[in-house]
Design a protein around this ligand. Structure first.
Ligand code: N01
Length: 545
């Protein structure tokens, strides 16, 4: 895409960082609906965010029913975009976002291939100043960070890693040129959503795949299929109602179950699990019985059901044993796969449990575990991200008194409403820590958060105010609320990126709001009741009057 540069020292109403789902919508809404002068920046060479970077083989939306992983605000868009599969591929989501950017003429206001190097709040002017890696400086009253919850790649720092001299790719930074695995020995480190999506596709092409697994995972069959004729038409017809349901429920139009486990025999429960496994997608997780993520005994029953399925699917008993997960079902991000476990029945794949047999060193074309040397031509790092907080800390904005976000978050990732940080006035995050983020439908979450940010801006404009700043007390109380909610569940018991456990030294804290629809109701309440929890500063204009 063409690079449009800002003139040096340009000034805007709002600067947006990121042009994924949320950044694009924010640009459209703030510019076209609110009439603001807006500029967006993105380090990537085009729109798409996550979908620009994550081009690894097999990359798909890890959620069911693709029509719902899309913008909901424009009936036009719903009617004109032709989704083809139930689990949309990366290429298809990216094409959709490119279409969206073109339809609303967004790229003219996005500067690509430009990283924000510094962002500072100027207290005298009550404005943000950003500096780019290309030496440009721009100011804006509002800084909207749509920087992605899963953006900063987590690369393992094994000693001697650099001794490996073959091709090496991180799933979250996949090359734009085709990568060929034909005839090659491929090593994959990591078995989260990305690894589990990529491994079956790589195994179809490679001479051999060696999977280095640290934690075995629960993965449910995605049962991806082409949308049947009429399905999309039905969706369009029901769109208003479905959209309403998405708002009311957790971002999906599906009803979650109200069935009580205690009212059913264990045989009846097993039959329910079987039915939901066959249905595929996230249904086993949300539609079996109430309390799967709260009640240890019930959770263990579902966990064992999935372990049994893995044993049925994988022919070699030793491989099946290594693939048995031992944490509470659903407390790491649920994975949807297309033939992951079945892939271990091929004769060109082997699984190394690195908890039993750790990686010790690397050769020029090998990975050495304690017991064996594995010849490797291509290494795929499916090792995830410094999730939720990493992309904000990468920018490390400086707020009131020059405090950096890194200092502010040195012990806890305090936010107010998951969207603002005390001492960082007029800075808004979309999918920030303690927002529902990935536990909600992200495109819809991005839309709804943007609408709330727009209300904040309108409030300042109507009252001739220059800035709003969350108080420390409001953030502390929000932090407690989020953690109390999480502590009622099994989530915090598991080492996952939800609690920052995948990054050595990261403060452990549950990073998401667990009840998406309540969260957005809360945002509305705060807006309708005078923005409790914020302090305001008058604009220079109204101070002079
Ligand atoms: O990353 P992950 P991901 N040595 O952190 C292992 C979203 N997503 O990229 O479990 C060896 O889940 C790590 O092991 P462990 C989705 O929300 C969305 O797969 O920490 N192994 C784990 O197995 C997802 O949850 C889509 O013990 C190491 C793996 O690497 C999120 O992105 C598609 C290691 C990392 O799993 C992240 O998924 C794909 C080390 N040093 C992903 N460090 C959509 O469709 C880490 N691991 C939207």
């Amino acid at each position: 895409m063409a690079k449009h540069s800002v003139a040096k020292h340009d000034s805007y109403d709002a600067i947006i960082i990121g042009s994924g789902f949320s950044g694009l919508y924010a640009l459209h809404h703030l510019r076209d609906t609110m009439g603001l002068n807006v500029r967006a920046f993105d380090g990537a060479g085009g729109v798409g965010g996550t979908w620009w970077y994550n081009r690894y083989p097999g990359a798909r939306v890890d959620a069911p029913s693709s029509p719902f992983y899309a913008y909901t605000f424009s009936e036009d868009l719903v009617n004109e975009w032709e989704w083809t599969e139930t689990q949309t591929s990366q290429a298809s989501v990216l094409a959709y976002l490119e279409h969206f950017a073109e339809k609303f003429d967004l790229t003219k206001d996005i500067q690509f291939e430009t990283w924000i190097q510094d962002a500072r709040f100027d207290e005298a002017l009550q404005r943000w100043t950003i500096e780019t890696d290309t030496g440009e400086i721009a100011t804006a009253q509002f800084l909207i960070c749509a920087t992605g919850a899963l953006f900063i790649a987590n690369k393992p720092d094994y000693p001697g890693f650099d001794d490996f001299s073959g091709e090496c790719y991180h799933t979250g930074r996949w090359p734009h040129e085709p990568v060929s695995f034909a005839g090659k020995r491929v090593g994959v480190i990591g078995t989260g959503s990305s690894g589990i999506q990529a491994i079956p596709e790589i195994a179809k092409e490679a001479a051999h795949v060696t999977v280095f697994q640290r934690t075995p995972q629960y993965s449910l069959p995605a049962r991806n299929r082409l949308l049947a004729e009429g399905e999309l038409a039905q969706y369009r017809e029901d769109w208003e109602e479905l959209r309403g349901s998405m708002y009311k429920r957790g971002g999906w139009p599906f009803k979650t179950t109200r069935r009580q486990a205690a009212e059913h025999s264990s045989e009846e429960r097993r039959a329910v699990y079987e039915e939901l496994w066959e249905e595929g997608g996230i249904h086993l997780s949300i539609n079996s019985f109430r309390g799967v993520l709260v009640d240890k005994e019930l959770n263990e029953e579902v966990s064992q059901f999935v372990r049994d399925k893995i044993s049925e699917l994988v022919q070699d008993p030793e491989t099946a044993r290594k693939l048995q997960p031992d944490y509470h079902f659903g407390t790491k991000r649920l994975i949807l796969d297309n033939g992951y476990f079945e892939t271990y029945n091929r004769d060109n794949i082997s699984l190394v449990d690195i908890r039993e047999n750790p990686i010790e060193s690397f050769g020029r074309s090998s990975v050495r575990t304690r017991d064996e040397e594995h010849p490797i031509d291509v290494l795929v790092l499916a090792t995830g991200f410094d999730a939720v907080t990493g992309s904000m800390l990468n920018i490390n904005p400086k707020g009131v008194g020059g405090i950096s976000l890194e200092e502010k978050w040195s012990e806890r990732f305090n936010t107010y409403l998951g969207a603002t940080v005390p001492d960082f006035p007029n800075l808004f995050m979309i999918h920030g820590p303690s927002s529902p983020g990935v536990l909600y439908t992200m495109p819809l979450g991005g839309e709804r958060t943007t609408l709330w940010i727009a209300e904040c801006i309108r409030h300042l404009q109507e009252n001739e105010l220059a800035s709003m700043n969350a108080t420390d007390a409001a953030a502390a109380s929000w932090d407690k609320e989020i953690n109390d909610m999480a502590d009622q569940t099994l989530y915090p018991l598991t080492n996952s990126w939800y609690v920052g456990a995948n990054i050595p030294g990261k403060p452990r804290q549950f990073l998401a709001h667990l009840r998406g629809s309540q969260y957005f109701d809360r945002l509305s309440d705060v807006a309708q009741t005078g923005f409790k929890g914020f302090e305001f500063k008058a604009s220079a204009l109204s101070r002079e009057a």
